[in-house]
Design a protein around this ligand. Structure first.
Ligand SMILES: Nc1ncnc2c1ncn2[C@@H]1O[C@H](COP(=O)(O)OP(=O)(O)OP(=O)(O)O)[C@@H](O)[C@H]1O
Length: 437
């Protein structure tokens, strides 16, 4: 029997959305979002506090795109739902597929919503396709968890109230309500894997395993449970292995191999690197295990590199900006973040640069090559000092030099200070490489 969709929607209104009033629906003009528009407009009659609006993203990819806008405008006007139409330009040149780019742009538009809840019309068939697609891509537990009913999207809540209903149920609702919608002809193109599943594979599954949607949904639920457990363990491990912005190698390696991998993944995700191949992580961990303390395994990612230095892992930017940075010495603020340098400068009292040498505008400058620093034994090349301190080559290249207001080289932070500026009561500059998370 066809469930009453409106009744079900109202009965399953998520607890974590109670108290929120401003809802914006992502309206493509297709069947699914037209059904949801109708349902939410009717729900508004029973929940007068609900403020409903809609957003249509015009990608301009389809010849009929302007008609879709018109259609959305007409229906929204009839239902007295304010609609914003946002035009975006999808470039055909970049490496990603058009689909993926269009999707990213939609999410960027959603994220700008002034509503409290952004509502999308994904349904149970979409969920089955998503899980199967992820399986075919070799996705991990997180990807195989499918789409959650509610999740955060920046400051918003993202709600998918139709995940419990099949496409067929939505079609029946649309027929009963006399809804009109637009068809996106690209949905028929089986060159897209999702469409291939929808038009060729799912009908076969339907024939032989009619409950496949519910079974895939069940598996996704198990995966979501496992994924949450993994996240909780990884967060606890991360907290116990983090020292400042770095990870303690000994503590990391004392964990079981599987926890090491998930911990590293959680750390990198905090640093904004979510696309890390598990094989690359495993190889890095293997090298950390076997490499002697003096050797320097590193994990190379598109935007950052993870290196071992003094038994800690540091994530440093691949291309730090490293333009000359002016700073003032302030004993009351011993640590300062230096984002362009991918690290922090810390002052430690007792044996370091004398206060007179620290007066005025100091500068952090990148190495140019050929610099020398005054040492008790004479002037010593910076390159040599960095090598002797056992700093990995990659960090050596980006190590900042500290200059005095008069342009003299004062220190190689964390390594050596100019001996003619030394005072037993002075301040030692420490360089703490690594991005904060
Ligand atoms: N052009 C659009 N403007 C506004 N909202 C849209 C638009 N296209 C799709 N949506 C919303 O997103 C929902 C899902 O649509 P679709 O499956 O095409 O998008 P997707 O974000 O690529 O999803 P998936 O994660 O399944 O790939 C729709 O039901 C609708 O609510």
């Amino acid at each position: 029997m066809q469930p009453d969709l409106l009744e079900a929607l109202l009965a399953h209104w998520p607890d974590n959305l109670s108290g929120l009033c401003a809802f914006e629906l992502g309206l493509s003009g297709g069947l699914d979002s037209m059904v949801l528009l109708s349902l939410l407009a009717r729900a508004r009659q029973q929940r007068p506090q609900l403020r409903l609006s809609a957003v249509h993203v015009h990608h301009g990819l389809n010849a009929a795109a302007d008609d879709w806008v018109l259609h959305c405008q007409q229906v929204c006007q009839q239902l007295e739902v304010p609609l914003r139409v946002v035009r975006v330009a999808v470039s055909r040149s970049a490496g990603e597929s058009l689909e993926a780019q269009a999707r990213q742009q939609r999410y960027a538009v959603y994220a700008q919503s002034t509503a409290e809840v952004l509502v999308l019309a994904h349904h149970l068939d979409d969920q089955s396709e998503t899980v199967l697609l992820q399986l075919l891509r070799g996705g991990g537990v997180r990807a195989l968890s499918g789409m959650p009913v509610v999740r955060r999207l920046g400051a918003l809540q993202l709600w998918r109230p139709l995940l419990g209903f099949t496409r067929q149920q939505l079609e029946q609702y649309a027929a009963v309500q006399g809804l009109v919608w637009v068809e996106d002809d690209s949905n028929a193109d089986i060159a897209y894997r999702r469409n291939l599943l929808r038009h060729r594979i799912m009908p076969l599954l339907q024939q032989h395993v009619p409950s496949y949607r519910q079974q895939l949904e069940r598996s996704a639920w198990h995966m979501a449970q496992a994924s949450q457990l993994v996240d909780e363990v990884a967060a606890a491990d991360l907290a116990s292995c983090t020292t400042g912005a770095a990870l303690d190698v000994e503590r990391l390696l004392s964990l079981s191999p599987v926890r090491q991998g998930f911990l590293l993944m959680a750390w990198l995700r905090h640093l904004g690197q979510s696309q890390v191949a598990p094989e690359q992580l495993q190889e890095f961990l293997r090298q950390l295990h076997v490499a002697a303390a003096a050797s320097q395994p590193c994990l190379q990612l598109p935007e950052l590199v993870v290196v071992r230095y003094r038994q800690q892992l540091h994530a440093v930017p691949v291309r730090p900006t490293q333009s000359a940075t002016v700073l003032r010495f302030d004993a009351s603020q011993p640590v300062s973040r230096q984002p362009g340098w991918g690290g922090r400068l810390r002052w430690v009292r007792g044996g370091g640069l004398s206060l007179p040498s620290l007066a005025g505008d100091l500068q952090l400058r990148p190495r140019q090559g050929g610099e020398v620093l005054q040492q008790p034994v004479g002037r010593k090349p910076v390159k040599k000092l960095l090598q002797e301190a056992g700093i990995p080559p990659l960090l050596r290249r980006q190590w900042p030099l500290l200059y005095a207001a008069d342009g003299r080289l004062l220190a190689l932070p964390g390594v050596a200070v100019a001996s003619d500026c030394f005072s037993a009561e002075g301040y030692w500059p420490e360089w703490l490489p690594g991005l904060d998370h």
